[in-house]
Design a protein around this ligand. Structure first.
Ligand SMILES: Nc1ncnc2c1ncn2[C@@H]1O[C@H](COP(=O)(O)OP(=O)(O)O)[C@@H](O)[C@H]1O
Ligand SMILES: [Mg+2]
Length: 282
């Protein structure tokens, strides 16, 4: 659904975004993961036709983005980093207005409002909305015309855990419908949970691209840690997964039923990001 080849772009004369290459097949959630200023939103703007002065290829849904016409937008849904809503209109009026720009059959507005808990505030003006309410409305605005490809720029940022959970479940539901999703985030938990693959982006370049699981397995997850009580004192030890059979203490503890806890020491995606890029995510 998305083919990016030798993509390059800069806002200035100095090089910034260089040598970006990736493909996203139908039904995948692909994450852009990187610190603030890395170029994630810029990349999303290129893929959605807001920045046209790029070099290389950015092909979305079979269309070179540079050559897009209005029909391009019938099949993509965009949740911008900063909500783009009319402050003087109500939530329902905003959805009706933005919906009227599409020729496709729209999703049911009330169901969408209900899904993100905005049904009771549907007829309030956006000027009375909190930041989190605007984020939720902006998100369903992207789903309104039931597009095949979704571009979500930091959709859960600024949401409380319950609303973030709802939104993540909705993103996963869209995936089960076969939608292709680009998810921009600097939240590694969201990326680990939602993304089939992630690209680590730093200073306008992709440093690594793989599934969160492979990255975690590749970079660690080879040790276990266990705890037990000896002479009334809590103790901890560890050994390589491959050597659990040889670890005498561990085997004695298992045989005597005195093992208190055992867990594998997987690095988080955040640890791996720091290791690979030398930079912190947040
Ligand atoms: N419209 C713009 N004009 C000039 N520079 C910009 C513009 N938008 C973003 N930038 C710069 O480009 C870099 C990448 O920004 P952005 O893509 O927003 O990063 P991210 O989304 O990863 O935080 C930053 O250094 C930012 O200051
Ligand atoms: Mg951004």
């Amino acid at each position: 659904m998305i083919n990016v080849k030798n993509l390059a772009f800069s806002y200035t004369k100095a090089p910034f975004m260089e040598d970006i290459n990736f493909n996203v097949p139908k039904g995948e959630i692909f994450g852009f993961l990187g610190p603030s200023g890395a170029g994630k939103s810029t990349l999303q703007k290129i893929l959605t036709g807001l920045i046209l002065g790029y070099r290389g290829n950015a092909i979305v849904n079979g269309i070179e983005v540079k050559n897009r016409d209005n029909s391009f937008y019938e099949n993509i849904g965009v949740d911008f980093e900063f909500p783009s809503l009319y402050e003087k209109l109500t939530a329902r009026q905003n959805l009706k207005f933005f919906g009227s720009l599409y020729s496709k059959q729209l999703s049911d507005i009330d169901s969408l409002l209900n899904a993100v808990g905005l049904d009771r505030d549907a007829d309030k003006k956006i000027s009375e909305y909190s930041k989190g309410m605007k984020s939720r409305l902006n998100f369903i605005k992207a789903l309104l015309h039931n597009p095949d490809i979704l571009f979500l720029d930091e959709p859960t940022s600024g949401l409380d855990p319950a609303n973030a959970r709802t939104m993540k479940d909705m993103i996963l539901t869209e995936k089960t419908k076969g939608k292709t999703i680009i998810l921009t985030t600097h939240n590694m938990q969201d990326a680990t949970e939602l993304c089939d693959r992630v690209a680590f982006i730093v200073d306008g370049k992709i440093k690594v691209m793989d599934s969160p699981h492979s990255l975690i397995m590749l970079k660690g997850a080879n040790k276990i840690e266990y705890s037990y009580i000896e002479n009334g004192i809590k103790k901890k030890s560890n050994c390589l997964i491959a050597e659990t059979v040889k670890d005498k203490t561990l085997n004695l503890l298992i045989a005597s039923g005195n093992l208190r806890s055992i867990h594998s020491c997987e690095p988080t995606l955040n640890d791996i990001f720091i290791e690979v890029t030398g930079r912190k995510l947040e």
